[in-house]
Design a binder for this molecule. Structure first.
Ligand code: 9UX
Length: 72
């Protein structure tokens, strides 16, 4: 089972920010792939919903100090 989830992440101003958020998302158990785009403020995440939930992904982003909202 694999789901793709896209979130809006506010407040990122450089590629170092996106790397921080990407690393945080990739560290969540069940996440296979996380891609964060600076220009669109969106994250594309492939994860196994048996091990990770959308809320956990939001929390992982907010733990890095950015605001995240689910857009799909
Ligand atoms: Mo770049 Mo982001 O210098 O918190 S890492 S702005």
């Amino acid at each position: 089972f694999e789901a793709t989830s896209i979130k809006e992440i506010k407040g990122m101003t450089c590629t170092s920010c996106t790397n921080t958020v990407e690393s945080a998302l990739q560290a969540v158990p069940g996440v296979h792939k996380a891609l964060v785009a600076l220009a669109t403020e969106e994250a594309e995440i492939c994860y196994d919903p048996r091990f990770a939930s959308a809320n956990q992904l939001i929390e992982a982003v907010e733990d890095t100090g950015f605001e995240a909202t689910l857009i799909t």
